[in-house]
Design a protein. Structure first.
Length: 495
C-alpha cells in the first residue's frame, strides 16, 4: 500500500462490539516521528454536530453522535498516522489522496473489527478525509453552492446565510484549538499568519472566497472566522435580471457602460453584492485591453486574457514589509494599464484611483461602502481628507466630478434580496456642489404575504445621458437609445 510505514497496531474486539467498541486504550500511541504531523493530529477530531447517525442495528432509531463515536474516530486516526506517510500523501492529487486514505481507513476498521453500519462507516470516512485534506467541519458547508456566508463564532456556534437569511447550523468544532488550527491552515495557503501576536488576518480560499479571522486575545469567546463564499458559476447580468436585481433595460445600460469605458464606482453596504456586480461589469471589457486589479484579498475572477492581479501584503513579524493598496495603485500606473480595477476602496488610495481615472485610464472601476450615490461622493471626499491631502474642498470635488462618470448603487433589502437601486451619472459642478442625475432607480411598492418586498425598476426619463457621446464614439449609441426607449415604454405601460 502506498506510503505504508508499518502495519497499524490493532486490538481485536468482540464481534458484538458496537460503534463504541474500540477503547481509547487500544489506540496506538504517537511516535517521535509523528511530531511533524501534530497539527494534523489536532485537527482530525470529530464533528460535534447535532446530526443524527443511523443506528448500527438496522437504522430504525437514529442516535446522536456521542463520545463513543469520537473515541472510535480518534483511535482510527491514530492508526492511520501509523500506517501512512503524510509527506508522501501530500504529493498526490486531492482525489487520489482521498482514495488512499479511504483504503487505509477501511483496512483499519476491518482489522479492529469495529461493527459499523455502511452509512456510519461512510460518514466516518468523510470526516477523517475532510480533517486530513480539507477544513474539517467546514467542508460540507463549503461544498454547498447556496450558502453566501459562513460565520463561525467560536467552536460551538456556526451560522450560515442562505437566500439572504441567517440561520444557525448544528455544526461544531472539538474545541477552539481545532478551530484555530483550521484558521491557520486557511491563511497559510496565501502566505499569511494568524496567532496571538497577529490576531487579525484577511485571506482567501483557492476559489477566491473571502476569509477574515480574528482570534484571541481580541476575540473573547474563541476565534471568529467569517467566509464570504462565491458561487462556482459566476453570475452574469442576465442572471441578475432573472433574479430581479435589475430590469432587462437597466442591464443593457450597465453593459454599455462597461463597454464604452465609463469610470464606474459601485457603491453599497456590506453583503449588497458589490463584488458580484463588479465581476459582471468586467465581463464586457474588450479582450484586447490590459487590465490590472488591486485587491486586499484576490477575489475578482476576470475572464480576459490580459490581466495582471496584484494583492496587498501585511507586515511581517518585525512590523516591516507591508504593501498597502495605495502602494499597489501607485505602482500599477507604471505598468501601462488600460483599465485599473480596485476591489475595494477604503482609504487614501481613492485619490490615486481618481487621478488614474482622470489621466487616460478610462474605464477604471472600484467599489466603496456607502448607502447612496450622494453618500458615496461624500465618502470619497472624506477618504481623501483622511489620507492627509491638504487640498481645498472645492478642488477635491472637482477632481471627483472630473473622474467618476457613473455610480451604481447596490443594496441588500430587509427581506434578504439584493437589488441595484440606482444607476446615477455624475454630471459636474454647480458652485461648490457636485451635481448628479439618476438614470435608473428602484422603487419599493410594498410586500407580499410572505414578507418579500415588491418593487420595480423605472427609468427617470433621461433620454440622453452625459455619456451619450462616449457611447457614440464606441458605436453603442443605437443600443443605448433602444434601451432607454424600451425603459420609457415599459414605464408608460406600467403607468
Amino acid at each position: 500500500m502506498f506510503g505504508k510505514r508499518g502495519s497499524p497496531k490493532t486490538t481485536a474486539q468482540p464481534t458484538g462490539a458496537g460503534l463504541g467498541g474500540v477503547s481509547p486504550a487500544a489506540a496506538p500511541a504517537p511516535t517521535q516521528s509523528q511530531h511533524a504531523e501534530v497539527v494534523v493530529q489536532e485537527d482530525v477530531q470529530a464533528f460535534k454536530t447535532e446530526e443524527q447517525l443511523p443506528s448500527s442495528r438496522g437504522g430504525a432509531a437514529p442516535s446522536k453522535r456521542n463520545d463513543d463515536y469520537y473515541e472510535v474516530k480518534a483511535s482510527i486516526f491514530n492508526a492511520l498516522v501509523e500506517a501512512i506517510d503524510l509527506s508522501q500523501l501530500a504529493r498526490l492529487g486531492p482525489d487520489d489522496a482521498r482514495e488512499e486514505i479511504r483504503d487505509v481507513v477501511n483496512d483499519i476498521i476491518a482489522l479492529k473489527n469495529v461493527m459499523m453500519s455502511i452509512s456510519e462507516q461512510e460518514e466516518l470516512l468523510d470526516d477523517i478525509c475532510n480533517d486530513v485534506l480539507g477544513y474539517g467541519p467546514l467542508e460540507p458547508l463549503l461544498a454547498r453552492d447556496d450558502i453566501a456566508d459562513i460565520m463561525v463564532n467560536g467552536a460551538d456556534t456556526v451560522y450560515i446565510e442562505t437566500s439572504g437569511k441567517v440561520e444557525k447550523t448544528g455544526i461544531q468544532f472539538r474545541d477552539n484549538k481545532q478551530l484555530m488550527n483550521i484558521c491557520q491552515r486557511i491563511v497559510s495557503q496565501v502566505g499569511r499568519r494568524v496567532d496571538e501576536s497577529s490576531p487579525i488576518c484577511d485571506a482567501r480560499l483557492p476559489d477566491g472566497s473571502r476569509v477574515n479571522v480574528i482570534g484571541p486575545p481580541l476575540s473573547l469567546d474563541g476565534p471568529a472566522l467569517t467566509i464570504r463564499k462565491f458561487k462556482k458559476d459566476k453570475l452574469t447580468l442576465d442572471q441578475l435580471v432573472r433574479f430581479g436585481s435589475i430590469s432587462e433595460e437597466g442591464a443593457r445600460i450597465l453593459e454599455i457602460i462597461g463597454r464604452v469605458r465609463c469610470n464606474v464606482i459601485i457603491s453599497g453596504g456590506t453583503g449588497s453584492g458589490k463584488t458580484t456586480l463588479l465581476n459582471c461589469l468586467t465581463r464586457y471589457i474588450d479582450s484586447t485591453e490590459r487590465i490590472i486589479t488591486c485587491e486586499d484579498s484576490a477575489e475578482l475572477q476576470l475572464q480576459q486574457p490580459h490581466v495582471v492581479r496584484l494583492e496587498t501584503r501585511p507586515p511581517n513579524l518585525e512590523g516591516e514589509g507591508q504593501i498597502t493598496m495605495t502602494d499597489l495603485v501607485k505602482n500599477c500606473l507604471r505598468m501601462r494599464p488600460e483599465r485599473i480595477i480596485v476591489g475595494e476602496v477604503r482609504g487614501s488610495e481613492v485619490f490615486d484611483l481618481l487621478q488614474a481615472m482622470n489621466t487616460g485610464h478610462d474605464g477604471s472601476m472600484g467599489t466603496i461602502h456607502s448607502n447612496s450615490p450622494r453618500e458615496c461622493l461624500k465618502r470619497m471626499e472624506s477618504m481623501i481628507a483622511m489620507g492627509g491631502f491638504s487640498l481645498p474642498s472645492r478642488t477635491v470635488r472637482e477632481i471627483i466630478a472630473g473622474s467618476v462618470d457613473v455610480i451604481v448603487q447596490a443594496a441588500r433589502l430587509r427581506d434578504g434580496s439584493r437589488r441595484i437601486t440606482h444607476i446615477t451619472e455624475v454630471v459636474g459642478m454647480e458652485g461648490d456642489v457636485i451635481t448628479t442625475q439618476d438614470i435608473f432607480v428602484y422603487d419599493i411598492q410594498g410586500e407580499d404575504a410572505n414578507g418579500r418586498l415588491l418593487g420595480r425598476h423605472r427609468s427617470t426619463g433621461i433620454g440622453r445621458p452625459l455619456f451619450w457621446e462616449r457611447a457614440r464614439y464606441f458605436g453603442e449609441e443605437r443600443r443605448l437609445a433602444e434601451a432607454l426607449d424600451a425603459a420609457d415604454q415599459g414605464e408608460a405601460m406600467h403607468a
